[in-house]
Ligand binder design. Structure first.
Ligand code: R2B
Ligand code: URA
Length: 351
């Protein structure tokens, strides 16, 4: 008898998760197939599981559908994260939500990269109830800051529990507000920086963050809700543009070009420094340390470092390579280091 390990993914084995670096999630099975095909340049795409969701592996990428809404994506993410844990993959894994959404103040077909996910209270938390206890998890995302040639709008995303009234639509079975209320609400969303509405990102961000992993979200818009509520027919929206953007982003990250220098979160880490420059940053108020070729500015962390100030000070200016120390830290700790990266170390130019 085959023991079904992960019921909703339809997975009976997790060994394929051991070398995974990226997990792309999207709403439908068809979209998951399209995304996996776009990654399939080496002809190594395989379907790993099919039940409520469908799971593909191609290169070091898992592509999985998650259905609609917070409850559905939460089941999907629980099983994907469990698969990573069971496969002992506690390495650097990035989850990418690839989706559709209603835009606010951006033309249909815009790719919105979520900077902050809001719940229906317009707060950046995923609210849930566990055994009668109200739980509130912070919905934290990395903001992809990736390719200048791709037009991506950065903005907040509102995640709702239903597509209709909760997204201020008057075209569902029920409507408890006027068109004026609708317009005022959408304008209010725009004024606080919301650029799109969909149904999963707040749950996605909080669950992936809770697992200590990295989450980014890119959604294409199907309508500008400041103008209209009717969606543009799918054939008139270039979802392929979103998919090829994701493939390029993952490709760059895989080549190591973008992970720390070009990509996520801050723009820090773009600069290159030589060892001579590094040596000059050896004082508490201007302290840099090095791990391999990554240079970290740690002055602001000195007082908080659990190992004490001295252990950082004696490594200042690149006096010791901290690669082994870095490996010693928990995954969360290593990601904290990411925030402190200021540069990459390069060899001094000869002469
Ligand atoms: C975007 O599109 C779906 C609703 O039509 C939902 O899954 C979402 O977030
Ligand atoms: N998905 C949503 O949730 N809302 C839209 O307006 C479009 C797609």
């Amino acid at each position: 008898m085959v023991l079904l390990l992960l019921h909703h993914l339809g997975l009976t084995s997790v060994h394929e998760f051991a070398d995974v670096k990226f997990i792309c999630v999207c709403g439908t099975n068809e979209r998951a197939h399209e995304i996996a095909k776009a990654f399939n340049v080496n002809n190594d795409m395989r379907e790993l599981g099919r039940s409520r969701f469908v799971v593909y592996k191609v290169q070091n990428v898992i592509v999985c559908s998650h259905g609609m809404g917070g409850p559905s994506i939460s089941i999907c993410l629980n099983e994907l994260i469990k698969a990573l844990n069971m496969a002992c993959n506690c390495a650097d894994v990035t989850f990418i939500r690839v989706g559709t959404s209603g835009g606010i103040g951006v033309p249909p077909g815009t790719i919105v990269c979520t900077t902050e996910a809001l719940n229906e209270d317009l707060e950046p938390f995923y609210l849930t109830n566990i055994m009668g206890k109200k739980m509130k998890y912070p919905a934290i995302l990395d903001t992809g800051d990736i390719e200048e040639e791709i037009v991506v709008v950065h903005g907040k995303t509102l995640s709702t529990n239903c597509f209709y009234e909760n997204q201020a639509r008057t075209d569902g079975a029920f409507c408890s507000f006027t068109q004026d209320d609708q317009r005022a609400y959408i304008r209010k969303l725009y004024s606080i920086g919301v650029r799109n509405i969909e149904m999963e990102i707040v749950t996605f961000a909080a669950i992936v963050h809770r697992a200590g992993l990295r989450a980014v979200a890119y959604c294409i818009t199907l309508v500008d809700r400041l103008e209209d509520q009717a969606l543009i027919p799918p054939e008139n929206i270039d979802v392929g543009k979103l998919i090829s953007t994701i493939v390029r982003i993952v490709g760059k990250m895989n080549k190591g070009l973008c992970r720390h220098c070009l990509a996520f979160g801050t723009r820090r880490g773009k600069d290159l420094v030589t060892r001579c420059e590094l040596r000059q940053h050896d004082r508490a108020e201007d302290l840099w340390i090095v791990a391999g070729d990554r240079v970290f500015g740690v002055s602001e962390f000195l007082l908080e470092h659990p190992g004490g100030q001295r252990s950082l000070l004696k490594r200042g200016g690149g006096a010791m390579d901290c690669l082994e120390d870095l490996a010693f830290h928990s995954q969360k700790g290593r990601w904290m280091w990411d925030n402190f990266q200021v540069a990459r170390l390069v060899e001094c130019a000869p002469g």
